[in-house]
Design a protein. Structure first.
Length: 155
């Protein structure tokens, strides 16, 4: 994530920072909780846009990401962040459905082991793999690595 941000800022490409401000009682992503803080390397001051959201998709936040992208004639999104199977996957799916070209940078994402209410569980690696297969096979996004993105003349 940090390497992508540095490369974008060094080449004057717009960086969009998305922050999840949960409204759920007791959530670690509540603005009052330390879990809401962005990673220290995230450069909000240099970001072209800082979206605050309270659900998984960055397209349901303020300011409106879709409008901003269209106003700036941006049709490709290079997506990285936390969590792979929630916020990143949901944003990729919506971006693809809205007609954006979405690059899902799988090695610049992170997720956590999870257990469902019925007791079924998956490791972080299994969840990330499922997300990668889902967005790629579903046609929502092109899956890439940081190296692929940074070496591509296409972006």
């Amino acid at each position: 994530m940090e390497e992508l941000q540095r490369a974008w800022l060094a080449t004057d490409r717009p960086v969009v920072v998305v922050q999840h401000d949960s409204v759920e009682p007791g959530s670690t992503l509540s603005p009052a909780d330390p879990g809401n803080a962005l990673k220290p390397f995230v450069d909000v001051e240099s970001a072209a846009l800082h979206v605050h959201k309270s659900v998984n998709s960055a397209f349901y936040g303020t300011p409106n990401l879709e409008h901003w992208l269209r106003d700036h004639e941006i049709n490709t999104m290079v997506l990285c962040g936390i969590t792979t199977n929630h916020c990143c996957e949901t944003t990729a799916r919506m971006g693809g459905n809205l007609g954006f070209r979405v690059i899902f940078v799988a090695d610049a994402m992170h997720t956590f082991d999870q257990t469902a209410s019925n007791g079924m569980s998956l490791t972080a690696e299994e969840l990330a793999t499922a997300s990668i297969v889902s967005v790629d096979a579903g046609g929502f996004a092109l899956v890439a690595t940081t190296r692929d993105v940074l070496s591509s003349a296409d972006l």
